[in-house]
Write a protein that binds this ligand. Sequence first.
Ligand SMILES: *Cc1c(COP(=O)(O)O)cnc(C)c1O
Length: 409
Amino acid sequence: MTPSEIDSIRAAFPILSQKVHARRPLVYLDNAATSQTPASVVDAIREAYFTSKANVHRGVHCLSQKATADMEAGREAVRDFIGAESSSEIIFTRGTTEALNLVASSYGSLLRQGDTVVLTQMEHHSNIVPWQLLADRKGISIKVVPVLENGSLDMEAYRRLLDEGPALVSVAHISNVLGTVNPIKEMARMARDAGAVFVCDGAQGVAHEKIDVRDLGVDFYAFSAHKMYGPTGIGALYGRADLLDKMPPYQGGGEMIGHVSFEHGTTWADLPYKFEAGTPDFIGASAIKAAIEFMHSTGIERMKEHEDRLLHYTTERMLEAVPDLHIYGTAPGKSSVISFLIPGAHHYDTGILLDQLGIAVRTGHHCAQPLMERFGIEGTVRASFAVYNTFEEIDAFIEALKKVNAMLR
Ligand SMILES: *Cc1c(COP(=O)(O)O)cnc(C)c1O
């Protein structure tokens, strides 16, 4: 993408043009935590609140019908975006975390005592803790695929764990710390051959890769809209219809029932509504469509290409600026996330000082404490990119990094 194309993309993100700490231009490099939101998405939300806010699926009146149609258009946009066969396989959730809790709780209830769930050492806490809660409830065990020094998964160990016949495997598409892009298609095929259900945490995947759940061969795929230029508080779970059909509801309430009776018991609504109890974030769900349109019109491949160029440029310049810098995650084909430490400097101090210079990065364990433990550290500083980041911003980041390095050592 040319600088002028990036400029015109940036114009749709007013938040990026502000100054912080009085006079520093903001350089937002915390996109793996949340991406910013273009005007088209905010406009869609504003428009919905001003013209068509009414509860969905309940009303006969025209506003309710419009709100329902808009939410279902959001569902259809998600279906198309991830290549699912049917929109009944798209369940709206609050985000990745709730989607993974849904699978662990509902599909998990079908697992039996003594069953095994395979996770990896690089998982986000939201793909660990729900399985630990299930393990406590059901007496299942959790096995973990180790991470190699460069941040890729130990595929030999994965193969050996599959030989033990696990019931389910759940793996991040892209690590939010290391940027490693896991070989999901291959891992899902191996899991299927071993008779295990395959769940993919797509929180980072959706923002950086073209997703096709059928080509990937996953049984479940979870993601959040806020990491792909969409609103907060909404996300989705894709699930294969035959699996969703045999799963019990996750939560009970309105909207998810067929018929409720004290005498004769209660029946469930059809998919996907069986899993959508209560009034959903129907405005968020409809605004996902605008986020997907933003990504399509910018071009997912072109976005990835730009982010990859930023990644390589930044990595090179960082190592020039601080030659003994330690970067965690150097797997081939990694995504645009750089976790690093200045030797001898605390990640928090580095982050605070960068912030003073206008650079927004994330510090800490990034909700991946087992991975921190694997590398024998408490946390890292993480810079992560989105389509609107520029090479000038990287230059500002490098200058700031040099200053911080000089201050801390
Ligand atoms: C952000 C993230 C999550 C959690 O997403 P929420 O939007 O907080 O629910 C899970 N996994 C990965 C890899 C993430 O980056």
